[in-house]
Ligand binder design. Structure first.
Ligand SMILES: NCc1[nH]cc(CCC(=O)O)c1CC(=O)O
Length: 311
């Protein structure tokens, strides 16, 4: 059935999540002009619990669970997520049907007084609550002080502007979507900060029993992005990854469909950084992810990950 009468999109209520839901809403409205496409905004546990480090309270699933309940009970047809916030293994009964075209995949350096990471003096305070960002920063710039920073994008910027930090690291995509690109001083190269699996891409989730929606939503899928994100997520999944571990995965595709996947696992203190990469045609995206994960595991990644999970 490719002429839906109505589609309800479940979304978190943060400004970034709402922008993302509206972005998909506009695409669906263009595909199906007769359809009534609406957004159901919801607050999730992840939005409410701001006082603890996210990795200690259950991780990324906290941002998607309420949306999944709405999918399950039929209040919504699809959920739009930043795919980097979606756990590598979906709960039983849910499926990702589409991954839309990726925006800027990189991390951004944001500061009111400095232009680049290289310019920060010894002891300068950099805000991030991502173990992935922290580990890479500590390895490359051991003279910096890393301090936790949570909240939505606007909250984090307000904490920077208060003077609590000399600089903060945020995903470039989030800032660009919110028309805050003027806050970006410098986009970090993958060598300075390899991004999280799926960073900058959106994932469309449905309840698995809603097979009627598959054909409807398939046009939202961007094949090249989907192949890259599939490889990145396979790597993260093979290493038991979530935001609870300092893990990065970034894949590019050339015009012939050849994927190049980079993976990184690092100790949060920056003392060990493991890198691995490999190439494969797009149809082997999942195997490519597992192959790079295997290289990292052979180099000792599981010891680092276990130590972090036990700490
Ligand atoms: N962890 C929160 C989150 N989830 C998605 C984005 C940005 C958009 C994206 O990566 O697609 C952000 C903000 C950030 O990491 O700075």
């Amino acid at each position: 059935m490719n002429n839906p009468q109505s589609l309800v999109i479940a979304s978190r209520e943060s400004a970034l999540a709402m922008w993302q839901a509206q972005h998909i809403q506009a695409q669906l409205q263009q595909l199906y002009p007769q359809c009534d496409v609406s957004i159901l905004g919801m607050t999730t546990q992840g939005d409410q619990i701001l006082d603890k480090t996210l990795s200690k309270i259950g991780g990324k699933g906290l941002f998607v669970k309420e949306l999944e309940v709405a999918l399950q009970d039929g209040r919504a047809d699809l959920a739009v997520h930043s795919i980097k916030d979606v756990p590598m293994v979906l709960p039983e009964g849910f499926a990702l049907v589409a991954i839309s075209e990726r925006a800027n995949p990189f991390d951004a350096f944001v500061s009111n007084h400095y232009t680049r990471l290289e310019d920060l003096p010894k002891g300068a305070i950099v805000g991030t609550s991502s173990l992935r960002r922290e580990a890479q920063l500590r390895a490359r710039f051991p003279h910096l002080t890393i301090q936790p920073l949570r909240g939505n994008v606007q909250t984090r910027l307000a904490k920077l502007d208060n003077g609590d930090y000399d600089a903060i690291i945020l995903a470039a995509a989030g800032l660009e979507r919110l028309e805050l690109h003027n806050r970006i001083r410098h986009v970090l190269s993958p060598a300075d900060s390899l991004p999280a699996a799926g960073q900058g891409a959106l994932g469309i989730e449905i309840a698995a029993h809603r097979t009627d929606l598959i054909a409807t939503l398939l046009p939202l899928n961007h094949a090249k992005t989907a192949a890259c994100v599939t490889a990145e997520r396979a790597l993260a999944r093979a290493l038991g990854g979530s935001c609870q571990v300092p893990l990065a995965a970034y894949c590019t595709a050339d015009d012939a469909g050849l994927l190049t996947l980079h993976g990184l696992v690092a100790h949060p203190d920056g003392s060990v950084v493991l890198n691995a990469n490999a190439q494969a045609p797009a149809q082997y995206a999942d195997a490519l992810g597992r192959a790079v994960a295997k290289k990292l595991a052979d180099d000792g990644a599981m010891d680092i990950i276990q130590a972090v999970l036990n700490s």
